[in-house]
Design a protein around this ligand. Structure first.
Ligand SMILES: [Zn+2]
Length: 213
C-alpha cells in the first residue's frame, strides 16, 4: 500500500501519517524528518541541502526527489509507505511517478485532509511555546494554568513568528496556491480521496483508514 497524505499546515498531517503507518504496518516517510536525518548524518545530500538553507534558499526539487527516491527503495518500504510532506508540486508528483514506474509500481491512494480556513487560523494562531523547555500550549485546547507561564518549568510563553494570526493567514494562502494544481492532478488521475479533518484526532484517523482501504 503506497499512500500520499496531503493537507494544510495545522491539519494534523504528521500525527495522522504516523498513526496510519502503525495501523497499516507500513513506513511513515516524512520529507522534513528525512532531510533532518540526512543533515544530522552529514550525508552529501544533507550537506548540500544545508548550504541552500543557510543562504535562506529553498532546497532544490532534484535534491528532495533524490532523497525520497532513495528512501522508498530501502527494504522496509517494500510493503508500502505513507508519504508526508512530499510531493508538494506537480513537478515533484511527476518525478515520483517516473521513479515508481521504473520498478513497476504506482501510488494507490492520495488522501487530502481538508480543514476550513477559519478552523486553521484558530488552530495555528492559538499556539504558544515555552521559551525554556519548548512545551507547546494552545489558547483553546491546552491553556496553561497561569497566563503566559509554562506549567512545567515556569518559563515564559511566546508565539513563533510563523504562528501570529497574520502570518498564519499568509501561510494558508501560500499553501492553497501551491497545492491546488497538485490536488487537481491527482483528482484527474482518479486516486484522490477527500477526508474531513475537522473532527477529533480519532475520528479523522478512522475516516482516513476507511478512505484508503
Ligand atoms: Zn517550560
Amino acid at each position: 500500500m503506497r499512500i500520499i497524505l496531503l493537507g494544510p499546515p495545522g491539519a494534523g498531517k504528521g500525527t495522522q501519517a504516523k498513526s496510519m503507518s502503525e495501523s497499516l504496518g507500513i513506513v511513515h516517510i516524512s520529507s522534513g524528518d528525512l532531510l533532518r536525518d540526512h543533515q544530522a548524518r552529514g550525508t552529501e545530500l544533507g550537506n548540500t541541502a544545508h548550504s541552500y538553507m543557510q543562504q535562506g534558499l529553498l532546497v532544490p526539487d532534484e535534491l528532495i526527489i533524490g532523497m525520497i527516491e532513495e528512501r522508498i527503495q530501502l527494504p522496509d518500504a517494500k510493503n508500502g509507505y505513507v508519504l508526508d510532506g512530499f510531493p508538494r508540486t506537480v513537478e515533484q508528483a511527476k518525478a515520483l511517478e517516473e521513479a515508481l514506474e521504473k520498478q513497476g509500481e504506482t501510488i494507490d491512494r492520495v488522501a487530502n485532509i481538508s480543514v476550513s480556513e477559519e478552523e486553521l487560523i484558530l488552530r495555528l494562531g492559538g499556539r504558544w511555546i515555552c521559551r525554556q523547555c519548548q512545551k507547546p500550549y494552545h489558547e483553546v485546547n491546552s491553556v496553561p494554568r497561569k497566563h503566559g507561564v509554562c506549567d512545567d518549568c515556569g518559563g515564559e510563553l511566546y508565539q513563533r513568528e510563523d504562528d501570529v494570526p497574520e502570518a498564519v493567514s499568509h501561510r494558508i494562502k501560500v499553501f492553497a496556491e501551491q497545492t491546488t494544481p497538485l490536488i487537481r492532478y491527482y483528482t484527474e488521475k482518479g486516486n484522490l480521496v477527500e477526508v474531513d479533518g475537522e473532527g477529533r484526532i480519532e475520528e479523522v484517523r478512522e475516516s482516513l483508514l476507511s478512505a484508503v482501504a
